[in-house]
Design a protein. Structure first.
Ligand SMILES: *Cc1c(COP(=O)(O)O)cnc(C)c1O
Length: 367
């Protein structure tokens, strides 16, 4: 047997009739950019997240960037970001000319540690940008409390957390604005690039709506220098079909996660920790084996897919050499980079595949 890390064809197999019909509907409409499908998806996704507004954009990185631009973040400003995240979170800050200021994660949840934020706040700090990493919500109440104390904005990077809840509230509705990605492998994935912003702030929403479309709300009238970052009609139409399945698919991920959590006890393996206020959506199932290179060798022999999220943290990438943050300065995220490992999880993983993965991990991590 062979269990791939990710099954991207599963969603198409399950929804082929609906997706094929949608394809024809959009093709025959003759309208491919900023039309009824995007409008409908924006309304449906705002409703799903529990926010007043949603703006569809080109991808998750643009979603983050456009939020920061609409908040007038720029050169001289600082944005607090997790040290442990995908590089997109940092790049969005860099694109505005502002400086990303990393804060270490909590060792148990791997998410931004609220206790460490205050020490990173300076008079230049404008925004805190927590990531709901691996589909698990960040601890937002204390993050929002620090933000309020210092008059900062809070932007969620919800690219891995469509549908996740914190104290019962959905990711996307937990700060001033949130960015989502619809990259194909995400919990809600398009068949190409896509992204969205959710917010309750009408002025922010209107500004982002202009910024994504050349700074224009009336055709050929450009009040400011904008960008071209639009979710296209075809992707929006596909996403509407998939959004209707999102809760069911997240529930299937949760069942797989519960199997793993109960059947992988007492091994030389650290399992994910779920705080009681969190309802994660298990974008990734991240374990920490005692001996990662031996562990991955056995998974390879057994044909079980795995990936590392992420092998090199942003501050140690060539892209951020200019910040001059040396190895050893962010020890928690560096330790995580050397020990984490993601195993297969997804809505289309079969019970027999879960059994197979569990057995392979027993072979690899037995005490
Ligand atoms: C995927 C991802 C992004 C970027 O999304 P794209 O659509 O690929 O631009 C940003 N942040 C995090 C945490 C992500 O996982």
């Amino acid at each position: 047997m062979n269990v791939p890390f990710l099954d991207l064809k599963g969603p198409y197999r399950e929804l082929q009739h609906q997706l094929d019909a949608v394809y024809r509907r959009v093709m025959e409409s003759g309208w491919y950019i900023l039309g009824r499908e995007v409008e409908a998806f924006e309304a449906e996704f705002a409703n799903y997240c529990g926010t007043k507004h949603c703006i569809g954009v080109g991808n998750g990185l643009d979603a983050l960037h456009l939020i920061l631009r609409a908040m007038d973040i720029g050169p001289g400003d600082e944005v607090i970001v997790p040290s442990n995240t995908y590089i997109a979170t940092w790049l969005a800050v860099t694109y505005t000319g502002a400086t990303p200021v990393p804060v270490e994660p909590d060792e148990r949840t791997y998410n931004l540690d609220p206790v460490r934020i205050e020490a990173a706040v300076t008079p230049r700090t404008k925004v805190i940008l927590p990531v709901h990493l691996y589909g698990q919500p960040a601890n937002m109440d204390p993050i929002n409390a620090v933000a309020e104390r210092y008059g900062l904005m809070v932007v969620e990077d919800a690219a891995q957390a469509h549908g996740a809840r914190y104290h019962g509230k959905r990711a996307g509705s937990l700060g001033h604005a949130a960015a989502f990605s619809f990259y194909p492998g995400k919990n809600l994935g398009a068949v190409g690039d896509g992204g969205a912003i959710t917010t309750d702030n009408v002025a922010l929403a209107e500004r982002i709506r202009r910024l994504r479309n050349y700074g224009s709300s009336i055709k050929y009238c450009h009040g400011e220098r904008g960008f071209n970052s639009r979710l296209d009609e075809l992707q929006a139409a596909f996403l509407r079909v998939k959004l209707a399945c999102l809760d069911e698919w997240n529930e299937r991920r949760r069942c797989v996660a519960l199997e793993y959590l109960s059947r992988l006890q007492n091994l030389r393996l650290e399992l994910p920790m779920v705080p009681d206020w969190a309802e994660p959506v298990w974008h990734l199932f991240v374990v920490r084996p005692a001996d990662r290179s031996r562990f991955t060798k056995i998974l390879d022999q057994q044909g079980v897919g795995w990936l590392i999220h992420y092998p090199v943290p942003p501050h140690l990438q060539g892209a951020y050499a200019l910040l001059g943050i040396e190895r050893g300065r962010l020890p928690v995220c560096e330790m995580l980079a050397e020990t984490v490992l993601s195993i297969p999880i997804g809505p289309h993983l079969k019970d027999s595949e879960v059994d197979y993965v569990v057995n392979a991990i027993w072979a690899a991590a037995q005490r």
